[in-house]
Ligand binder design. Structure first.
Ligand code: NAP
Ligand code: MG
Length: 404
């Protein structure tokens, strides 16, 4: 079988634990035998991040900006226990956080839907993609416990020396709580740009929800910036055959439960934190949730939404059998390859990615799946495959399909 040539490089970021084990299998069995691809490899394992003083993470993010597409394995974000476990020099920051801030990207989470894994919400027929604005609001706030009677005020002091503006938040008669939070036009705009870039690229309708009826300045600012973006891109929206709509957040939530899905739901930071977990749970398993980081200029980094599945890795290390779902990791590869093919104008590369996705879907719909899905499937007598049996089953089907 002649290998399909991938025109431009693909950035690959390796990771940790069980997902690193799966990663190697996917690459050896499902990618390298079929594609002639220039992989720019970065080892983002926690030990290599430590050895390079985390420079490898920064280099990987810069390479993504240069080449446009990356695929990333899940990685450990070290806490105190991990520092001790690996004897790390320090508690290195989250690689995803570092990459996100270098790329100025937005994370889009999209579930993989299968005919025999019905969503818990009966109305859902198509994936709902959630975009979370991962900057500011309560995640960067200042909070105050008010101990007793007194005024809490909001003060803005202009740098140009003009008069400060003061607003009374509350004149407390007793104890209470207060908080100050912010966002910036630049961050909101780049979030909106990434959302439109993604929605137009995927040809799915774009929703934005906020509470502008109550928050007439703060939430309204988000609404207005999204509206400006929509107006600046009317031709692209029309070209993709999609629409942009603003909803009150409560309406967006209600619509989400009764709508069949198939759209992009753009959320403010807190809404995205909460709603992405609701949507993920509603669609089934973490092993079926994909994630892509998109920057305003249209550079993409694909990954699975789950972590390194430490509990399974411990069993694997002790020689035990595991049944870890590799689907979201495989779809990270197909997402990246499909995008690479589109950017390069090489439809055969995109077609390979879509074939691999179909083969994975057909394997599960044919009743072979990892054990996390056994409790969710409608297929009677489905077979619970172990981690490697599942990848083998997909490999066999892929070879069969490509030979035909
Ligand atoms: P996790 O790796 O997502 O796993 C949590 C649990 O969810 C697992 O123990 C497993 O449940 C289930 N699960 C997740 N993915 C699965 C899969 N593919 N197949 C089957 N079951 C799956 O989260 P965690 O244990 O909280 O975090 C582990 C490490 O991952 C941490 O060091 C964290 O820093 C890192 N992390 C990285 C990323 C990233 O790189 N994007 C994201 C999140 C966390 P059962 O044990 O019940 O089977
Ligand atoms: Mg959350």
């Amino acid at each position: 079988m002649e290998k399909i040539k991938v025109k431009n490089p693909l950035v690959e970021m390796d990771g940790d634990e069980m997902t690193r084990v799966i990663w190697a299998r996917i690459k050896e069995q499902l990618i390298l035998p079929f594609l002639d691809v220039d992989l720019r490899y970065f080892d983002l394992s926690v030990t290599n991040r430590d050895a390079t003083e985390d420079a490898v993470t920064v280099e990987a993010a810069k390479a993504t900006l240069e080449h446009g597409v990356a695929v990333k394995c899940a990685t450990i974000t070290p806490n105190d226990d991990r520092v001790r476990e690996f004897g790390l020099k320090k508690q290195w920051p989250s690689p995803n956080g570092t990459i996100r801030s270098i790329m100025d990207g937005t994370v889009f989470r999209k579930p993989i839907t299968l005919s025999n894994i019905p969503p818990k919400v009966r109305a859902w027929k198509k994936p709902i993609t959630v975009a979370r604005h991962a900057f500011g609001d309560i995640y960067r706030d200042q909070e105050l416990v008010v101990e007793g009677p007194g005024k809490v005020e909001l003060v803005y002091t202009p740098r140009d020396g003009n008069q400060p503006q003061r607003l009374l938040v509350n004149d407390f008669g007793g104890g209470g709580v207060a908080m100050g939070m912010f966002n910036t036009d630049a961050s909101i705009r780049s979030f909106a740009k990434a959302c439109f870039t993604y929605g137009i690229g995927e040809k799915i309708n774009i929703w934005f929800g906020a509470k502008d009826t109550i928050s007439k300045k703060y939430h309204a600012r988000f609404r207005d910036i999204f509206q400006e973006e929509a107006e600046g891109r009317t031709a692209e929206l029309a070209g993709a055959g999609i629409t942009y709509a603003y909803y009150l957040i409560d309406d967006a939530v209600a619509q989400t439960v009764k709508n069949e899905g198939g759209y992009l739901w753009c959320c403010m930071n807190y809404d995205g934190d909460v709603m992405s977990d609701m949507v993920a749970e509603g669609f089934g398993s973490l092993g079926l949730m994909t994630s892509v980081l998109v920057n305003p200029e249209g550079k993409y980094e694909y990954e699975a939404a789950h972590g390194t599945v430490t509990r399974h890795f411990r069993r694997h290390q002790q020689g035990g059998e595991t049944s870890t779902n590799s689907v979201a990791s495989i779809f990270a590869w197909t997402g990246a390859l499909g995008r690479r093919g589109e950017m390069d104008g090489t439809p055969e590369v995109t077609a390979f990615a879509r074939t691999l996705e179909r083969v994975v879907t057909e394997t599960i719909e044919g009743g072979v799946m990892t054990r996390d899905l056994l409790g969710l499937t409608t297929t009677p007598n489905a077979r619970g495959a172990n981690t490697f049996e599942f990848v083998d089953a997909v490999t066999a089907k892929l070879r069969e399909r490509l030979a035909a």
